[in-house]
Design a protein around this ligand. Structure first.
Ligand code: ADP
Length: 153
């Protein structure tokens, strides 16, 4: 099953929006298979944003991404890479469509709530960057209410 990497960026934690954003992914049907809180450091940010290293705003992104902890998360599901990018919206919050995460919660080109892998190849690399195999969980989603109700009979 396909997997993708999400980063809840420092603005999301500072604004108390983690639950609301995570809820959108759960509601869509994606499965959380890994999640943890981390302070991103220069080494990981240099790798993660290496495609932007020559842009004038590179040092600003790094400063922003180090300004508070982030939550890194691996989601699993059908076509998850593409669907999560659609749910996220385009990079700049002020250009993102209403109804998307960035469109609904951001007016900024830097503080845009989440990172989401942009391809299957990137997802594999990014998941390995942030997670060990033992931090990723394979499990069946079951309706526990149903299980308990059956057990009580
Ligand atoms: P995306 O996150 O949509 O895949 P990019 O990989 O192009 O976009 O950029 C990575 C991140 O760098 C963006 O999510 C945003 O936080 C930041 N960023 C991009 N462009 C700018 C900019 N012009 N000024 C400040 N920050 C930017």
């Amino acid at each position: 099953m396909e997997r993708t990497l999400i980063i809840f960026k420092p603005d999301t934690l500072n604004r108390g929006l983690v639950g609301e954003i995570l809820h959108r992914f759960e509601r869509k049907g994606f499965k959380i298979v890994g999640m943890k809180m981390v302070y991103l450091n220069d080494q990981v940010l240099d790798e993660h944003y290496s495609h932007l290293k020559d842009r004038p705003f590179f040092s600003r992104i790094k400063k922003f991404m180090k300004s508070a902890p982030s939550i890194v998360c691996v989601l699993e599901g059908n076509n998850v890479v593409t669907v999560v990018r659609q749910l996220a919206g385009v990079t700049r919050g002020y250009e993102a469509q209403t109804g998307t995460i960035r469109g609904d919660y951001s007016l900024s080109q830097q503080c845009n709530i989440i990172h989401a892998s942009d391809s299957l190849v990137a997802a594999d690399l990014e998941i390995a960057r942030f997670f060990d195999d033992k931090e990723l969980f394979a499990y069946e989603k079951v309706d526990l209410n149903f299980v308990y109700a059956e057990d009580e009979l």
